[in-house]
Design a protein around this ligand. Structure first.
Ligand code: FMN
Length: 318
């Protein structure tokens, strides 16, 4: 029922039209529009003849709404994939091949990380089922159309994203700070990763939108999150990010909590719990890093060396 905003207007123009939807679709459309239209229920595996062509349906619940389904037209080898393989691109171009491939893939990644990620298990099943079809074109309901040139690229990316395959050579250092002590820790953590041959990306929450950070989270192995202690808690920007992160359920990550504090130091255990608790993000956690007030160079060196050792241990265990 998502993307169905125009239905009432359309059905005013063609009131006798039959509306084909699966059981969940009919239920949600009735609830949303409070109209008893001319519904025809379809089930997964059903086919519908529409003149010279046929439509085959595959229900794909929760990719990304309860009633989602793929529709395949064998005569044209077109897959209408609904939310799957979508991107938030609004452009004059209609096809992915007409947009620089780096941009379109990054947008597909951003869409997956921020919309589809919690449903990765369902995506795995759908990829398997749809793998039986010979596909020349994928038409998602968001963004541009994928054609033969780049279908293998997006299918392979979806395989990696759905299976939570992360790059062990990428670390994200996500933080906010009031007076830059936590930022000093952030730079030291980045140096530790870099010196261990792991690419570290600094993401200050004051200048990076959480949806862009999630895109980076999708395929990074190490996720470090830092906040100073504020009123026995964490900074609101960090709280917003952590709750957004938890909802999107990335898996298979190694986490690290860090922060500067004045007296109670509550921010570090709060972040540690939100990242590490199996009921929260469920990441495997490194030792938390905390420093009272402004860390000096000796303390920063100690932190760096200790973290480097932990990274080496992770490498040995992999
Ligand atoms: C408004 C305010 C509230 C604070 N509340 C706490 C607190 O509840 N517990 C604590 O340990 N430190 C508290 N602090 C101290 C900071 O955590 C400390 O100064 C820290 O070094 C700041 O790190 P930053 O430079 O990364 O912002 C507070 C500081 C400010 C300005």
């Amino acid at each position: 029922m998502d993307h169905s905003g125009g239905l009432p207007e359309l059905l005013k123009l063609i009131p006798a039209a039959e509306l084909y939807a699966n059981a969940n679709g009919i239920k949600c459309l009735k609830r949303h529009f409070k109209q008893d239209w001319n519904f025809r229920e379809i089930k997964s595996g059903d086919t519908l003849k529409i003149g010279k062509r046929t439509l085959t349906f595959l229900t794909t619940p929760m990719v990304h709404w309860p009633d989602n389904q793929f529709t395949y037209c064998p005569e044209e080898k077109i897959l209408f994939s609904n939310d799957g393989f979508g991107q938030h691109i609004a452009s004059n171009e209609r096809f992915a091949k007409d947009i620089p491939s780096g941009i379109v893939l990054e947008e597909a990644k951003k869409y997956y990380a921020n919309i589809v990620l919690p449903y990765s298990k369902q995506v795995q099943k759908v990829l398997e089922a749809a793998g039986k079809w010979d596909i020349n074109m994928i038409c998602p309901s968001h963004g541009v159309i994928w054609t033969a040139e780049n279908i293998p690229v997006i299918l392979s990316a979806y395989h990696n994203w759905a299976h939570n395959i992360a790059d062990r050579h990428r670390a994200l250092i996500i933080y906010d700070t009031m007076w830059k002590s936590t930022q000093k820790l952030a730079y030291t953590i980045a140096s530790a990763f870099e010196e261990e041959g792991i690419n570290a990306q600094m993401l200050n929450l004051q200048t990076n939108h959480i949806s862009d950070i999630m895109t980076a989270v999708l395929d990074a192995k190490f996720i470090a999150v830092g906040s100073p202690t504020l009123n026995s808690s964490i900074l609101p920007t960090v709280a917003a990010f952590l709750y957004y992160l938890k909802g999107l359920s990335p898996r298979n990550k190694i986490g690290l909590s860090f922060g500067s504090y004045g007296w109670g130091g509550q921010s570090i255990p709060i972040i540690h719990q939100l990242l590490g608790d199996p009921k929260e993000c469920g990441f495997t956690m490194l030792e938390p890093i905390q420093e009272q007030y402004i860390p000096d160079s000796e303390e920063l060196n100690l932190i760096k060396n200790n973290l480097r050792q932990q990274i080496q241990t992770c490498r040995e265990e992999q």
